[in-house]
Design a binder for this molecule. Structure first.
Ligand code: DQA
Length: 164
């Protein structure tokens, strides 16, 4: 399994930015820990961070045919970006949205995520461990998709054999 981790605006400031909300750990360290966790799971991961909406749209599109799934923290764009939501829906890859903080316990404008509706699931409020939980969730979703595909292929083979 190959998963792309996409980080939205201001997440490059983790460690400096609002440590009481986001914790003291820098993005590089969060990524090192995700990589270690992914290696233990036998998962290959790529990382991307941008402060620009269009670059995030481009990266989501580039995942098609390259990655099996996406883990995205759209950051503030979760609350505003129809373009990122449409890109997630367009590639139709299993996608998990992560928020480090519990967006539902914060200001009202953070309660709504436009991007979440295009995702398979959302994890919020677990701190950086949320990315590890997302990897586990993504792996589970992909195994289920694989099992359904195999069952369909088996049913198809049986049907063909019965016809002959
Ligand atoms: C965030 C929550 C967003 O509301 C905020 O704009 C962020 C980070 C989080 O990870 O908790 O930049 O996505």
């Amino acid at each position: 399994m190959k998963a792309m981790i996409i980080q939205g605006p201001n997440l490059n400031m983790l460690g400096i930015r609002d440590p009481r909300i986001y914790g003291p750990v820098k993005l590089d360290t969060i990524h090192e820990n995700i990589k270690k966790h992914a290696e233990q799971m036998g998962v290959e991961v790529g990382f991307f961070q941008s402060n620009f909406e269009g670059e995030i749209v481009d990266k989501i599109q580039e995942c098609l045919g390259q990655y099996d799934g996406i883990i995205i923290n759209p950051a503030a764009y979760a609350h505003t970006s129809v373009a990122i939501r449409d890109a997630i829906a367009a590639v139709n890859l299993p996608t998990i949205e992560v928020h480090i903080s519990n967006i539902h316990a914060r200001e009202e404008f953070r309660h709504k995520s436009l991007t979440a509706a295009a995702c398979s699931g959302v994890i919020a409020g677990f701190g950086p461990i949320g990315y590890h939980l997302a990897l586990q969730g993504l792996s589970q979703i992909l195994s289920e998709i694989e099992a359904i595909k195999n069952a369909r292929a088996q049913a198809q083979t049986q049907q063909t054999q019965q016809q002959n």
